[in-house]
Design a binder for this molecule. Structure first.
Ligand code: FES
Length: 103
């Protein structure tokens, strides 16, 4: 079952942005796209670069290291050297806070 962790303030995450947070030892990248919140693992499945230091474009995150591409909503590996999908996590808004559900 999921455990919900307080990850960030809603105000920390601008539209189209990504931020990195550590929740209970797990590196999580949080995104806001068209007003919706998403979370994925913050380690690229290729060589563990921090995706929160990458670029968000058209619903995807581009890895800063070798430009691997993942679909944010699903974690699906789309291109570049990445072959394995990213873990995704549910996000809940509670007042001014964003909570992430981790297994
Ligand atoms: Fe992300 Fe290589 S570490 S593409």
């Amino acid at each position: 079952s999921l455990v919900w962790h307080d990850a960030a303030a809603v105000a920390d995450l601008a539209e189209g942005a990504v931020i990195g947070r550590t929740c209970a030892g797990t590196a999580v990248a949080l995104y806001r796209i068209d007003g919706a919140y998403h979370a994925t693992a913050d380690r690229c499945t290729h060589a563990e670069a921090r995706l929160s230091e990458g670029e968000v474009a058209e619903g995807c995150i581009e890895c800063p290291l070798h430009y691997g591409l993942f679909e944010i909503a699903t974690g699906k590996a789309l291109g570049g050297p990445v072959g394995r999908d990213l873990a995704t996590y549910p996000v809940r808004v509670e007042g001014e806070r964003l909570l992430v559900g981790l297994p």
